[in-house]
Design a protein around this ligand. Structure first.
Ligand SMILES: Cc1ncc(COP(=O)(O)O)c(C=O)c1O
Length: 400
């Protein structure tokens, strides 16, 4: 594959995209005109050429009726995970749905009773909180702790606390984000195995959201939860989609992968109850083109993101040395400790948006307590745009 130019700027404003066109409360569209968005997890890169071509080909057929997926869809999923992640999935284990958040809601509905507790690491992806509550369950957080590691900030579970929360008889599901949004951890096989051992000791099922699994930085390796061991495979439901890694979130296709026939029957029921069983005509063709023809693209993307991350670290070390960046092992979301500024992060983010014209997310979106003193920055954009966003941030912070 020829080299992809990730420096190319794709003008997205005016395409009804959430990242560039959403107007937050208290702002006018005019005020948002020159903002650099570094908030929602969506990339500013053109998709892989094979995906664009596949979608174009489908769009040329003039009927966009109800869609069913074919053999090529299942074969693409199975082949991808075997080739890329040494994980063997069989066709009957795969259930498709419209997104990973819908899949999460389905999994919680299928595996819990209202009033039960769902454990999650904290901070964690914000929709985890809402999905648990929307299904009538209670959120239980176990707060991640920084692990001492050669001067870098690397997050790890507090195992004692993790176990004591699993031991609560009302806790029935552990909702895991693997790799982890927002801390950027790519959990190791040992960590995943330990999580499962503890969960199984206390009868807790694992739902692993693996949407970020292709976004892996050099030196790290994604471990599918279900491929850790037969015990992990039997005790888990995996949620996945090419949407995040291949930048096709708007095409809405995702998979639930589960080895347990009885859980699968319940998952299937919940897909129907939640009415998230119909894909649109473009999702499956994009998925097949991503998994079958875009592997080289994702390798180049990860290299580019890695250089963006290094540029971010170099810039902050020079300009804002009081900020501390968590080690990015995966995802394109940087988790940054801004507590040294002594300003509540909501106020800081408001200032950055209103005065600095750069939109980042306050850490408290990902955990009211665990996210205090942090911001989350999306670095999946052309490098020059990233640098301009950082210069704007530095200007505001230095003038405060
Ligand atoms: C961990 C995680 N899960 C799910 C999603 C969204 O999934 P979907 O758009 O397929 O519903 C995101 C988006 O940022 C995410 O970070």
């Amino acid at each position: 594959m020829k080299e992809i130019n990730f420096d190319a700027v794709v003008a997205r404003r005016g395409t009804s995209c959430v990242k560039w066109d959403e107007v937050p409360e208290g702002f006018t569209p005019q005020e948002m005109q020159d903002v650099i968005p570094m908030w929602v997890a969506d990339m500013d890169f053109a998709v892989a050429p094979a995906i664009q071509e596949a979608v174009r080909r489908r769009a040329e057929h003039p009927v966009f009726g109800y869609t069913v997926v074919g053999d090529d869809y299942y074969e693409a999923v199975i082949s991808w995970f075997r080739r890329r992640h040494a994980w063997t999935v069989s066709r009957e284990e795969i259930l498709y749905t419209t997104g990973v958040v819908p899949a999460m809601s389905v999994a919680i509905k299928a595996l819990t009773m209202p009033g039960e507790k769902v454990l999650m690491l904290s901070p964690d992806y914000n929709c985890f909180f809402s999905s648990i509550k929307n299904n009538g369950c209670e959120v239980v957080e176990t707060i991640l702790r920084p692990r001492p590691a050669s001067g870098e900030v690397v997050w790890a579970p507090d195992w004692q606390d993790f176990e004591s929360k699993c031991a609560d008889e009302k806790t029935t599901v552990f909702l895991l984000c693997n790799p982890h949004n927002p801390t950027g951890r790519v959990w190791t096989k040992e960590e995943l195995s330990r999580m499962n051992d503890i969960c199984m000791r206390h009868g807790v099922k694992v739902v692993s959201d693996e949407i970020h699994c292709e976004l892996i930085m050099p030196g790290h390796r994604f471990q599918p939860f279900a491929a850790v061991s037969e015990a992990c495979r039997q005790n888990s439901v995996i949620l996945n989609s090419p949407s995040k890694s291949f930048n096709i979130a708007g095409l809405q296709a995702a998979n639930i992968i589960c080895a347990q026939p009885e859980w699968r029957r319940r998952l299937n029921r919940a897909i129907n109850i939640n009415e998230v069983c119909d894909l649109n005509p473009f999702g499956p063709v994009a998925l097949v083109a991503a998994y079958n023809e875009s592997e080289a693209w994702i390798d180049q993307l990860c290299q580019y993101l890695w250089h963006n991350y290094q540029a971010l670290c170099d810039f902050l070390a020079q300009e804002l040395p009081q900020l501390r960046v968590s080690r990015l092992e995966g995802t394109y979301l940087s988790w940054i400790d801004v507590s040294a500024l002594g300003v509540p992060v909501e106020a800081l983010c408001q200032d950055l948006l209103r005065k600095g014209k750069v939109w980042v997310n306050p850490g408290t979106m990902y955990g009211a307590e665990s996210g205090r003193g942090y911001i989350r920055l999306n670095i999946a954009c052309p490098r020059e745009q990233l640098m301009e966003g950082l210069r704007r941030m530095a200007k505001i912070i230095k003038n405060n």
